[in-house]
Design a protein around this ligand. Structure first.
Ligand code: PLP
Length: 438
């Protein structure tokens, strides 16, 4: 039962909690984007969620298009995951010793992502990417990595390098606390520019250990790879002995059972995973070719460890969600159909207002860019009218639609979104677009 579209939100309890939070937590939040700074206003504090709907601490309900930034592909609190977790907690919350579930999880991941021959579980996407580049460096004996402007790989030092620098320019720290020494080993290149990548490799001959990218980018808003781009990167890496790492923390198990690599038919050397793999619990993983993964301790010399890695509750949730996805391949085309309705509908609504906005979509991920320029890289994305986006975001929130509180994010659709809920979204979208441009 959908609440009627409303604009008079009472956020008193959220506001009071945010005031308290700011006294104790930096910026009042445990992850920066949650603070709503890019869109204005205060964050909404959540209480519970089921299916497609979130309920906040003041009792307001929202149709959710963040889905915990991706993990909740089956919607919130699906029975299949909840019951697996309930079973698991009876057997203790952690052992710090091997368990059957870790073996089952590894087997399941390998079955769904065949480029992975061996896999190590960690606790977040950040840990997965940090570990993957260490392994790639250990394997190749080289120091540098190539990353792409606008791709986000978690908050490891090596990845917090300024976007916008040219293909051949060495990175400079993006965040205080990242040393110049670390930054010098990260080379940044524009996404979707194969020639620039080639030039960067030539300029750093025999020094590049790994090339890491989001094969479909979610972190500058949703940006798809150009035709032949991923194939081109694959060929360059093979030719130059560079480890190709697909960061599929967002796209893994979302764009297809086997992620973007299945969708585009590319076999990376290593893959990093997170989000969906934990069903909402903190899990990440990195894996890939056996000869590379056998460098990881204790099989090899590259050290990586974790007190809670392979945690029984997290693996129970992950196994349950992945098993469901594995057994229901039909949900992927259905997710795409629903998301296409949303993307097409949004494009049309903007056009009715004379706004030729770019709506990018791949499978169940989409972004509405407030620009009429096609968006194929960070520079394009930055042409968006972020002020208008902020007004749109607030108008949608007040109509009970929960979007990512920043222009440069992807939105995620869950299997809980029905055709009726798409209609509900589109009604809110039409009113909010008008309000944002009124
Ligand atoms: N890699 C990608 C592609 C991501 O989108 C994210 C997080 O959004 C990460 C890595 C980092 O994952 P986590 O936030 O779990 O550390």
């Amino acid at each position: 039962q959908e609440p009627a579209l409303r604009t008079d939100l009472n956020l008193a309890t959220s506001d009071a909690l945010f005031t308290r939070a700011k006294d104790h937590i930096p910026g009042g939040v445990n992850s920066p984007v949650r603070a709503f700074r890019a869109v204005g206003g205060h964050p909404v504090f959540m209480q519970s969620a089921k299916g497609a709907w979130l309920t906040d601490v003041d009792g307001n309900r929202y149709l959710d298009f963040i889905n915990s930034w991706g993990p909740m592909i089956l919607g919130h609190a699906p029975e299949v995951v909840l019951s697996a977790v309930q079973d698991a907690i009876q057997g203790s919350l952690s052992f710090g010793a091997p368990t059957r579930r870790e073996v089952e999880m590894a087997e399941l991941i390998k079955k769904m992502v065949p480029s992975i021959e061996k896999v190590r579980l960690v606790n977040s996407g950040t840990e997965a990417t940090m570990s993957a580049i260490r392994v790639a460096r250990g394997y190749t004996g080289r120091n540098k990595i190539i990353k792409f402007e606008g791709c986000y790989h978690g908050h490891g030092d090596s990845f917090l390098i300024a976007a916008g620098s040219g293909a051949l320019t060495l990175g400079t720290p993006d965040s205080p606390g990242v040393t110049e020494g670390v930054a010098q080993d990260t080379i940044t290149v524009a996404y979707n520019d194969l020639a620039a990548t080639h030039a960067a490799i030539e300029a750093n001959k025999d020094q590049v250990a790994a090339l890491i990218l989001e094969p479909v980018v979610g972190n500058m808003g949703l940006v798809a790879p150009a035709e032949g781009y991923l194939q081109g990167l694959r060929a360059l890496c093979t030719e130059h002995g560079i480890v190709l790492i697909f960061d599929e923390v967002m796209t893994g198990f979302r764009l297809a059972r086997g992620g973007a690599q299945e969708l585009y038919g590319i076999k990376p050397d290593m893959t990093t995973l997170g989000k969906i793999i934990g069903g909402g619990m903190p899990v990440g993983a990195y894996g890939g070719r056996q000869d590379i993964m056998d460098c990881v301790a204790p099989a090899g010399k590259v050290y990586q460890a974790g007190t809670l890695s392979g945690n029984p509750i997290a693996t129970a949730a992950g196994i349950a969600q992945l098993t469901y996805l594995h057994e229901h391949p039909e949900l992927y085309p259905e997710l795409e159909r629903i998301t296409t309705r949303i993307a097409d509908g949004t494009r049309q609504i903007a056009a009715e207002l004379g706004l030729n906005y770019t709506v990018n979509q791949v499978g169940s991920m989409f972004s509405v860019f407030f620009t009429d320029k096609p968006v194929n890289n960070l520079e394009d994305a930055k042409t968006s009218d972020t002020e208008a986006f902020g007004r749109y975001f607030r108008a949608m929130l007040h109509r009970g639609i929960y979007l990512a509180p920043a222009q440069y994010e992807a939105l995620f659709v869950s299997t809980a979104v029905t055709d009726d809920l798409v209609d509900h979204y589109l009604t809110a979208c039409r009113e909010s677009m008008r309000e944002a441009h009124g």
